[in-house]
Design a protein around this ligand. Structure first.
Ligand code: FE2
Ligand code: FE2
Length: 296
């Protein structure tokens, strides 16, 4: 099973990948390929996929970690890139021209289409999905569930992160419209992916608004205890000392999975993790390829 970081805030040294505030991973298994998140602009996603020699035809399924623009913003460009008709579902060997666009599945939480806002210096900005549900339904097969979904053999969504007893990855300026007015975004839509490999579970995080420790606890309850690696955005950017100490304590209890933090992890959290766990921690900029044995 191969994981490639396609979009991140940073890029591999001396490479010609482009970076932006956003995230996308490509997961390749014997059964097919999944694009998890799409970055922010579409421009960077396309450039980096081309650099990796990945054609849209090679992508069998899509998944979104949550609605935020830095994870979903590349979706319109992806759909328009050579037409979504070029995307093909797993195992379908018909000529691409025979396919209906709706045959490509997009996996996400049902709360994906809720309006989301960021309030900075008094002004509100929409930060959710830029496409209407109806527009997406015409182009993709929407698979929306708060329960875990198997996207391809051995690759699952976590479903909604339940039992959030540990600190969450919250931002005070993220709001939704509630019945009584503005409310903090509960990030119900926030999910990660779980990859079942011979080495154990690999957890791919989007932004971890539900909290890294809550996400890992949910994964262990739902999929089993053996987490061998964690990659992606961990949203420890605003974590204080106590929060970081707790993260280190729990990761130690888990036997210290290999860690590939990127995107919204923040330099301070990254350095703290690297100081605690040494070679178990590696950067994961755009262009990083990770290999795990076992496709199913
Ligand atoms: Fe986010
Ligand atoms: Fe993000």
């Amino acid at each position: 099973m191969k994981i490639t970081c396609v979009v991140d805030n940073a890029v591999c040294d001396h490479s010609t990948f482009w970076g932006e505030h956003g995230l996308a991973f490509l997961i390749e298994t014997e059964s097919g390929s999944i694009l998890f998140d799409t970055g922010r602009s579409g421009t960077v996603l396309r450039h980096n996929l081309e650099l990796l020699s990945i054609e849209p035809v090679a992508i069998n399924a899509l998944a979104l970690s949550h609605a935020h623009y830095d994870h979903s913003g590349g979706l319109p460009a992806l759909l328009d890139w050579g037409s979504v008709r070029d995307l093909r579902p797993t195992g379908d060997l018909r000529p691409t021209g025979d396919l209906r666009p709706t045959e490509i599945p997009l996996h996400a939480h049902p709360d994906l289409f809720r309006e989301r806002f960021s309030r900075r210096e008094g002004s509100l900005k929409s930060v959710g999905l830029s496409l209407e549900r109806e527009a997406l339904e015409q182009r993709l097969e929407l698979r929306l569930s708060a329960a875990p979904m198997e996207i391809l053999p051995g690759v699952w969504t976590t479903g909604e992160i339940t039992g959030r007893t540990e600190p969450e990855g919250r931002s005070a300026h993220h709001l939704i419209r509630g019945p009584e007015g503005w409310e903090p975004d509960p990030y119900r839509d926030d999910m990660a992916l779980v990859l079942e490999t011979d080495e154990g579970l690999v957890v791919l995080c989007g932004c971890c608004h539900a909290g890294l420790l809550n996400t890992l606890a949910h994964v262990r309850r739902t999929f089993g205890p053996r987490i061998t690696a964690v990659a992606g955005g961990t949203h420890l950017l605003q974590a204080d000392e106590a929060h970081l100490r707790r993260v280190i304590e729990v990761l130690r209890e888990l036997g210290v999975p290999r860690l590939y933090p990127n995107h919204c992890t923040g330099l301070r959290a990254y350095v703290t993790l690297a100081q605690a766990f040494g070679e178990k921690v590696s950067p994961c900029p755009a262009g990083t390829r990770l290999n795990f044995s076992g496709a199913e």
